[in-house]
Design a protein around this ligand. Structure first.
Ligand SMILES: Nc1ncnc2c1ncn2[C@@H]1O[C@H](COP(=O)(O)OP(=O)(O)OP(=O)(O)O)[C@@H](O)[C@H]1O
Ligand SMILES: [Mg+2]
Length: 285
């Protein structure tokens, strides 16, 4: 079994995101994060695994200031996240949601452009006016996810997998340093989930975008993650390279929460044997 998480958080000069000793206690007294630390490097694909209530969504929300930490810090690109620089921080972060969060009656390109709204002036936001260069960039992003031919199709007419690819393009248009995905494939069938994660992994690795992806599917985590972080009860139980993770280790993360865990083969295009998985839900919204 791999060694436990080191007691001290060594400085990682290469990290694009640094979370140090993050603690979150909600007003009702719920302690959702109990001293989480994490360093993520550019282009690294980190999957956070953990049972329902482990604090996965709270952790992602804290990174962009949607939750205010009770203690601890988050640093993005060397800047500490605080109320005064949230707009700047958020402009460097792309988000992908479980429920896609698209505007149904808008075309794919306009949904992708909506990813720029909070980085443009209020006039653009009010009237949905974008520069020509923004539109070209939106088409490039749709091309990257294989949907250029659907640019002017209303997203309500797209399949679930296509809709989430629009969601990926919308996150990419911000040219983020970091991409946060909260159970991005929980609403998709296994084959489509595999395709969407493959796309995210390939594009982000190529562009040096760091990814933190919350997943419940252990099989997908082990297939796509460079590193797996096991969160349970608001604490990091493991932080290891994916190849170092054993079935026993996964059982440890889900100890006492293994009702929804399933073991055995599921479909994937590589026809690899899938060792185990977990069914669950949740979202960043
Ligand atoms: N706004 C809130 N007020 C009080 N408690 C909250 C709030 N949001 C989350 N919690 C609690 O914080 C803990 C962590 O919740 P969180 O949503 O981060 O878990 P999760 O790991 O994302 O779970 P899931 O896998 O079900 O999505 C849970 O006990 C949850 O009930
Ligand atoms: Mg969640």
């Amino acid at each position: 079994m791999p060694s436990a998480v080191p007691k001290k958080q060594a400085e990682d000069p290469q990290s694009v995101l640094r979370i140090s000793d993050a603690r979150k206690i909600f007003e009702d007294g719920t302690a959702a994060l109990k001293g989480v630390r994490l360093d993520v490097r550019p282009g690294e694909f980190v999957v956070v695994l953990g049972p329902s209530g482990a604090g996965k969504t709270t952790l992602l929300r804290s990174i962009i200031g949607l939750e205010r930490l009770t203690a601890g810090d988050v640093w993005l690109d060397g800047r500490m996240v605080q109320a005064s620089n949230l707009a700047e921080i958020r402009s460097k972060v792309g988000m992908i949601f479980q429920g896609f969060n698209l505007i149904d009656n808008l075309s794919a390109i306009n949904n992708v452009l909506s990813g720029l709204l909070d980085t443009r002036g209020s006039l653009a936001t009010l009237f949905y006016i974008f520069r020509r260069s923004d539109k070209v960039r939106a088409l490039e992003c749709l091309d990257q996810v294989g949907l250029l031919d659907k640019a002017y199709t209303a997203v309500s007419k797209l399949s679930g997998g296509q809709r989430q690819r629009v969601g990926v393009a919308r996150a990419l248009i911000r040219q983020p340093r970091l991409l946060l995905a909260d159970e991005p494939v929980a609403s998709l069938d296994p084959m489509i989930a595999f395709t969407v994660l493959s796309l995210i992994k390939e594009i982000c690795a190529k562009q040096g975008i760091a990814v933190i992806c919350n997943l419940h599917q252990v099989d997908l985590a082990l297939r796509f993650a460079d590193r797996v972080v096991g969160l349970s009860g608001g604490r990091v139980l493991l932080d290891e390279k994916a190849e170092a993770i054993s079935e026993d280790y996964v059982r440890q993360i889900y100890a006492g929460h293994d009702q929804g865990m399933y073991f055995g083969a599921t479909a994937n295009p590589d026809e690899e044997t899938v060792r185990f998985g977990f069914l669950g839900s949740g979202s960043l919204q």
